[in-house]
Design a protein around this ligand. Structure first.
Ligand code: FE2
Length: 414
């Protein structure tokens, strides 16, 4: 059974010019970099800068005659100060390409610095959608975790301390020139980070596959990145969900299983391709204020919300959840669609449990006194709430939070 609900709608992908995938394929980096740069800026974090793989990559690029400068002070949750520091330090040294290697923050830093260096302004001028005036210098993304999809997404999320919130710089001009996705680089990823990023990728796939289908006019597309569920991102969603269905258990059991690591990383890339034009929805809108309050990881935050968001959305997405149930081998083809849909939701929850994601909000440290604030903040993320298939209100978000706080997995709206 394949839903045709999105077939009649606009299909759209945004992607790097070149994507390389495969274990060990980072060996192509020197050739790729030499084709676009004479002076490369590499941005990463302190952990990666210490790794032998990192040093080998830098040496190999230098051996091709490319000058390399390194910024190894990228911090988690990308503070705006990182962007300012990199622009100040490297703005006038003739850098002509940037390589971002690491987790989502490192790649987001590379993408946003590329446009700041090209246009010489403050990153604050670009907070929002479609406010970047033109292309940046070329960026190569090299992820070392399997989850965020930042290697292919054209958004950088920046934490602005003075505003006290995370803000997105979202523009097609942030799209990387090249992504090199080498699963070997995830083998040293700590188990807790592997688990949180896997929960993030799974949530990306579920949210985009069950997104709202929108009527997209030329004016809408001129001002918005996200068009909701569509026939092109559905291809990536189906593939990604199938890959995670079999690989997550193996990655948790044996972090050195390169075949399973590869499947998980391919799924995370698929998920990145899906969120880049479909857009995430309620779980991501609600996680952001919860993460800010509780200082818990993005991946476990969206994963912990997902069971309750799926249940809330079920009345409008029976067909899609039933497809997920069948795709993951959890549903019986002879059952009624609603039973198949519930089986799909239960299988997603089982995968979240496999990676050790909490399936409630109390574990994250959320308190009932926070519910009203969290709901108000989530409603402000209209870029994401607009993608949710069932309309969200402050009241419905509080209800999702109450169910999540009570760990009420017996809740079925339908
Ligand atoms: Fe996410």
């Amino acid at each position: 059974m394949t839903s045709l609900s999105a077939i009649g709608s606009l299909g759209i992908l945004r992607q790097p010019k070149t994507v390389l995938f495969g274990p060990g394929e980072r060996r192509h980096l020197p050739h790729l970099v030499a084709g676009i740069a004479r002076h490369l800026l590499v941005v990463t974090d302190a952990r990666m800068a210490d790794a032998s793989e990192f040093k080998e990559i830098v040496s190999a690029i230098e051996e091709r005659g490319v000058r390399v400068s390194v910024f190894a002070e990228a911090e988690p949750d990308l503070p705006r100060e990182n962007v300012v520091t990199v622009a100040d330090r490297f703005g006038s040294v003739g850098v002509d390409a940037i390589l971002g290697i690491g987790g989502g923050s490192c790649m987001d830093l590379a993408k946003v610095v590329a446009v700041v260096l090209a246009h010489g302004t403050d990153v604050r001028d670009y907070y929002g959608e479609f406010l970047v005036p033109g292309p940046g210098i070329p960026v190569i993304t090299v992820p070392t975790t399997a989850g965020t999809g930042a290697e292919v997404t054209c958004i950088s999320v920046v934490f602005d301390r003075e505003k006290g919130m995370k803000v997105g710089v979202a523009s097609p001009y942030l799209e990387a020139h090249t992504a090199v996705i080498d699963p070997e680089l995830t083998v040293s990823c700590p188990p807790a980070l592997t688990a949180a990023t896997a929960a993030d990728a799974l949530t990306h796939l579920v949210e985009t596959y069950t997104d709202k289908v929108k009527e997209v006019t030329p004016d809408y597309l001129d001002a918005h990145l996200y068009v909701g569920k569509n026939p092109l991102t559905d291809i990536f969603c189906r593939n990604g969900l199938t890959l995670l269905n079999t690989s997550l258990e193996r990655v948790v059991a044996d972090p050195s299983d390169i075949e399973a690591r590869s499947a998980t990383m391919l799924a995370a890339y698929n998920a990145g391709m899906a969120i880049n034009t479909a857009g995430t929805a309620a779980a991501h809108a609600i996680q952001s204020p919860i993460g800010a309050l509780t200082h818990t990881s993005h991946g476990f935050g969206v994963g912990a919300l997902l069971p309750y968001v799926m249940r809330y959305n079920l009345p409008t997405r029976v067909t899609e959840f039933a497809e997920i149930g069948l795709l993951l081998g959890a549903a019986d083809p002879s059952e009624a669609p609603l039973d198949q849909a519930r089986a799909g939701i239960l299988r997603i929850e089982s995968l979240l449990r496999t990676v050790g994601c909490p399936l409630d909000l109390r574990t994250l440290g959320l308190e009932p006194t926070d519910f009203s604030y969290v709901a108000d903040q989530a409603m402000l993320a209209t870029r994401l709430t607009a993608n949710n298939p069932r309309e969200l209100t402050k009241g419905s978000i509080v209800s999702i939070l109450e169910r999540g706080y009570a760990a009420d997995l017996g809740w079925w709206e339908l």
